[in-house]
Design a protein around this ligand. Sequence first.
Ligand SMILES: Nc1ncnc2c1ncn2[C@@H]1O[C@H](COP(=O)(O)OP(=O)(O)OP(=O)(O)O)[C@@H](O)[C@H]1O
Length: 640
Amino acid sequence: MSVEAKKETRGFQTEAKQLLHLMIHSLYSNKEIFLRELVSNASDAVDKLRFEALSNDSLFENDSDLKVTVEFDKEAGTVTVSDNGIGMSRDEVIENLGTIAKSGTSQFFQNLTGDQKKDAHLIGQFGVGFYSAFIVAKEVEVFTRRAGSAASEGVHWTCTGEAEFTVENIEREQRGTTIVLHLKDDEKDFADNWRLRSIIKKYSDHISIPVTMQKVNYDVADDESDKPAKDAAPEYETINSATALWTRSRSDVSDDEYKEFYKHVSHDHADPVVWSHNKVEGKLDYTSLLYVPAKAPFDMYNRDAARGLKLYVQRTFIMDDAEQFLPLYLRFIKGVVDSNDLSLNVSREILQQDPNIDAMRSALTKRVLDMLAKMAKSDAEKYATFWKEFGQVLKEGPAEDFTNREKIAKLLRFSTTHTDKPDQDQSLEDYVSRMKPEQKKIYYVAADNFNTAKSSPHLEIFRKKGIEVLLLSDRIDEWLMGHLVDFDEKSFQDVGKGALDLGELDSEEEKKAQEESAKAHADLIERVKKALDGKVSEVRVTHRLTDSPACLVVSEQDMGAQMRRLLEQAGQAVPESKPIFEMNPEHPLLRKLDQEPDEDRFVDLAQVLFDQAHLAEGGQPHDPALYVQRLNKLLLELSH
Ligand SMILES: Nc1ncnc2c1ncn2[C@@H]1O[C@H](COP(=O)(O)OP(=O)(O)OP(=O)(O)O)[C@@H](O)[C@H]1O
């Protein structure tokens, strides 16, 4: 049955056009990567065929010698990459080569700065793929047919890297894909035997199927040696090692090979930061190769974003994004797991139910946590960069993974009053090593941003006594603290919660003085309580303040103030609770208040102090206009 050629010209999606333009310009200094990308895609296509053929042998069409072939024609100025993999249907060609249907694409474009250097870096994180062909080609032709389809359902796609591409149906005997690059005039040097071979060796050695090229004729003069042998039937030879990299022993794989393999599995353009390669034998039999990327992907916080490892069973590719092997808080890890125990027709559903997968998941989780701990120990600078990219995700860990709470806690980094800098670079072990002998708890303050945390009135007594406090300002921090409970047998204490109990950090005299102060100010406490009329649950004198007149505290059982604000912003119902108002009776304003005979002015001043306590912790007065009125009234009286 012949299929109508149906030639059509289509426009690229606008973003694809922009991406193409940007890529051609920003990757100009590393042009040869186009071959890596095309060979990588070809190898993925072969993996997919092998997988689909597990349940439908006929897809091999009597040709199960799976490989990628690279050819060139010096005179015509072309380089051709062919595979006998899964191929594409007409719809798939349009879908895959005419749109960039990736989540995060629009964020990517929002992040572009116009500065070519910075943007080149961004494009690295995005992955360049098929379009990189246009770095060296003025025109790209794709000939393809999906495995299992009729020869008449071949497809021919062409594009000159401008706004449009064409597609038409063609007859194609051979299943799989052939990509022909018509090189730009100044890139014709790529149509060269030795150049192509060395690029394949450099970037595609780890590809597990053979990457072949035509044999060269060594018997002729040097200038002829880059021409294919003139035999009747051309002979091909394999250029790469063609063994799955993870099956090789660690000592046989160079760092560069590990890095190139990472780029193949992750579609990332940048080098990974660290990796861990392990064979496990015994009850379970599997190999894993896990990588930590250098940069967080744009869609790390998108719930639907792809995550997980590439799963192989006895070296046969089974699926991408197998998410059952690692917990969500390690979703940034890339790599491969190859099991000898699973069945070749394993599905996502089966993976979810298999108890062996749980065992692998906890082993792989430990492996990743150990790899991170090792990096933190051996290279603080590297770890700091890692933390900047992925720290927020790791903070989800203690809530998700109770068993590894202690291990994860050791990996956390914080800002603290020890450095008073926004950089999160202090570990809990650092904190504990600096604790005073009498100190029993790890103190923290949580606020909307670093500056509010750092200037929180709750810290005044801690600063005076030289006690270190963690300064938390990430959205997830209070959630994290709710799940950490303790570290090194020391519990965590929010300095804005409950009555301040410094335990042995306060001397007996100090404790006595506090009790006496409370008694001496009983009248003032009553008056303020009346003035604040139902807005607070309690009024008391405090000794946590040295410079501020007053602050707010929530009771031990109540939700922290920062968590409350976050939930309110998200439109969630938050249980009603009133703060405790703590005053510093030694402060001149409080002394003045204590002696204020005019009841109206007393109420105004008490209300202003209450509203200011809200402001100081990054909150809002309940009635900002009324606050301003009261404050102005007091200021005017002052100037009389
Ligand atoms: N040789 C090929 N055979 C079959 N399908 C292919 C081939 N090359 C590309 N494709 C299809 O085109 C899609 C787009 O390829 P492209 O290289 O742009 O992106 P990718 O490989 O998915 O990811 P990345 O851009 O991160 O490399 C692929 O996902 C694949 O479905």
